[in-house]
Ligand binder design. Structure first.
Ligand code: ZN
Length: 195
């Protein structure tokens, strides 16, 4: 089922996700719904907060992206591995460690329609998480995949890409951000009144 994507201004985006202790049928359904929602929105990643659930779960798929334009790298057990064969990814209770210096790159977010900015993040990261079966996985990634993983794991901790923007960029985007936030709050208020 395609779920509505929560927009900036909704407080759930600021909530830290609770750890997932068991892969219940409900979590399995949530994973399926999140993939469907991400694909429908043409996203490369979606965090549970973005569909209104504050839990440590994100789905990622960089395979629809042109590899020449926005390349990704992957290492499994210290050896280069095929990125596409590793997709799609489900990360539960993920932990991310940077392995090198930050680089700038363009980013967008499904919770911030039409807003794009240059964000500085480590080029490569080491990731440990549980997969959809509850098995522990570990990998190192770079390029777009590393960016997507860091962006989504930030969501799971209530951190948004606007928090990673430099002051000048954030100041330039302020009118759009204020507008989006006000629009979301007005929608939430209208929904609450209906109930
Ligand atoms: Zn996002």
């Amino acid at each position: 089922m395609i779920l509505p994507v929560v927009k900036y201004g909704n407080p759930v985006l600021r909530q830290k996700g609770a750890r997932i202790e068991a892969i219940t049928p409900e979590i399995k359904q949530l994973i399926a719904d999140m993939f469907e929602t991400m694909e429908a929105a043409d996203g490369v990643g979606l965090a549970a907060q973005q569909i209104g659930r504050a839990v440590q779960l994100t789905v990622i798929d960089v395979s629809p992206v042109d590899e020449k334009e926005r390349p990704s790298t992957l290492e499994l057990e210290g050896k280069p591995a095929d990125v596409k064969a590793f997709m799609p990814l489900v990360l539960i209770n993920p932990e991310v460690k940077p392995v090198n210096a930050p680089v700038n790159g363009g980013e967008g977010c499904l919770s911030f329609p039409e807003i794009y900015a240059e964000i500085s993040r480590p080029e490569s990261v080491e990731v440990t998480a549980l997969n959809a079966k509850g098995e522990r996985i570990q990998f190192r990634c770079g390029g777009l995949l590393a960016k997507a993983v860091q962006h989504e794991v930030d969501h799971l901790n209530g951190i948004l890409f606007i928090d990673r923007m430099d002051q000048k960029t954030k100041a330039e985007l302020k009118p759009e951000l204020d507008f989006l936030q006000a629009e979301t709050k007005a929608e939430l208020l209208a929904q609450a009144k209906k109930k």
